[in-house]
Ligand binder design. Structure first.
Ligand SMILES: Nc1ncnc2c1ncn2[C@@H]1O[C@H](COP(=O)(O)OP(=O)(O)O)[C@@H](O)[C@H]1O
Ligand SMILES: [Mg+2]
Length: 228
């Protein structure tokens, strides 16, 4: 469970990126974070990843208080999260297989386990046949699926995706959303940042809307523009 209480983030320049934010996300939920550019969505993601510190307030992720977490524990904590970005962030000189395997290699997973896990992840994202390809030989949608496989290979409890379809067309965007739903069905909590009203409407999931750092709305299904 994620419990965010009275969270404030003021950047050095004086920008109040988040104002008294309160959000609870249960295990296994699929949640959209919506809002215009500059509304604080990425700041919220960075706070969850402990890439930046709150000015005040509390963030508890699966019983761990992030503001009290010792620095030496942060890398271990981050491994419990999967992260996906708008710009994919794949290693250009590595194949699809190596990109996913790398996430396991850096934490010392035995090679035999890697050889089992990577093909399984590539199957999950529908890229088994492309395992030898390099990122520049793939479409945007395929690159994002590699990034998702990489984010999932270490079995994170929570997947954070910051505008994962920001560089994709409508068709590829919905494919990625379908994949994120499939991952959610397997039990992973999924938090997706988007500014696409269309995606949010089509998905019918919980939507938390941020507006200039304030939680404007936290609806059940369909978002603030939908009556159900
Ligand atoms: N590292 C930073 N230093 C100073 N201001 C920042 C920084 N990151 C973001 N901001 C500001 O905080 C506000 C929220 O930004 P951000 O969280 O990136 O919004 P979003 O992801 O919704 O577009 C914006 O006004 C932005 O300019
Ligand atoms: Mg952003």
């Amino acid at each position: 469970m994620i419990e965010i209480t009275d969270l404030n983030k003021v950047y050095k320049a004086g920008t109040r990126a988040l104002k008294n934010v309160n959000i609870t996300i249960e295990d296994g939920e699929f949640v959209f974070i919506m809002g215009r550019s500059g509304s604080g969505k990425s700041t919220l993601m960075k706070l969850l990843l402990k890439e930046t510190e709150p000015t005040s307030g509390r963030i508890i992720v699966n019983d761990m208080d992030l503001t009290r977490m010792p620095r030496r524990y942060v890398p271990k904590y981050r491994r419990r999260l999967g992260v996906v970005f708008q710009d994919f962030r794949l290693l250009k000189d590595k194949t699809v297989y190596e990109n996913v395997a790398f996430a396991q290699r850096v934490i010392g997973v035995p090679i035999r386990t890697i050889r089992e896990n990577v093909p399984e992840m590539l199957r999950l994202v529908g890229l088994s046949s492309k395992y030898k390809s390099y990122p520049n030989e793939l479409s945007g949608g395929e690159q994002q699926r590699v990034a998702i496989a990489r984010a999932l290979v270490n079995s994170p409890e929570i997947l954070l995706a910051d505008e994962p379809t920001g560089n994709l067309d409508a068709h590829n965007s919905m494919e990625i959303m379908g994949l994120l739903e499939k991952i959610n069905d397997r039990g992973t909590t999924v938090i997706v940042v988007t500014h696409s009203q269309e995606i949010v409407s089509q998905m019918g999931r919980r939507v938390i809307t941020l507006d200039r750092g304030i939680v404007l709305d936290d609806s059940g299904e369909g978002g603030i523009y939908d009556e159900n």
